[in-house]
Design a protein around this ligand. Structure first.
Ligand code: THU
Length: 159
């Protein structure tokens, strides 16, 4: 029997359609993208995460000459939160990625490993994390939970 998953996302037409809090997250992710350390791929990514107390924590991708030792912007940021604010819930995660010197308008979704890592914190706090992803211009895609980006997700309930 063939079965289906249904996930949904909101396509926000452009930056101008974001509310003030979302604009601040976009601006912060973009600012941190500009100082990403990505000399090998030249693909720079910024991440801005809003906590339930309103604080915004940011990060960028950090590459390494031994390539697999580098880390994506989302995990750089969310692991820092896990280490420094383990008891504060995460409300929103905003990620912006694009080739360093190119203008791109295709929303860049979090990679699989980042989705799995975000899921861990969403499950831990038992509350959805809103995920926004974008490039420099164009549309911004939003989901209500990381589970919308990770059907058949593996979590601690299977252990
Ligand atoms: N990258 C991220 O920072 N986040 C993602 O979700 C996708 C990929 C980074 C990793 C690497 O530094 C560069 O983008 C190219 O893959």
């Amino acid at each position: 029997m063939q079965k289906e998953f249904t996930t949904s996302f909101e396509a926000i037409a452009s930056y101008d359609h974001l509310d003030e809090a979302e604009k601040k997250l976009f601006d912060t992710a973009q600012k941190f993208r500009e100082i990403a350390y990505a000399p090998y791929s030249n693909f720079t990514v910024g991440c801005a995460i809003m906590l339930e107390n309103g604080e915004i924590i940011s990060g960028s991708n950090q590459e390494n000459a031994a390539y697999p030792s580098g880390l994506c912007a989302e995990r750089t940021t969310i692991f820092w939160i896990g280490a420094n604010h383990p008891n504060i819930k995460i409300k929103k995660l905003f990620v912006i990625g694009a080739p360093k010197d190119a203008v791109s308008s295709v929303p860049i979704p979090p990679c699989g490993a980042c989705r799995q890592s975000i899921l861990e914190y969403e499950a831990k706090q038992q509350q959805g994390i809103e995920i926004y992803f974008a490039s420099l211009g164009g549309a911004i895609y939003k989901t209500r939970s990381i589970r919308d980006l990770l059907p058949f997700s593996f979590d601690a309930s299977y252990l």
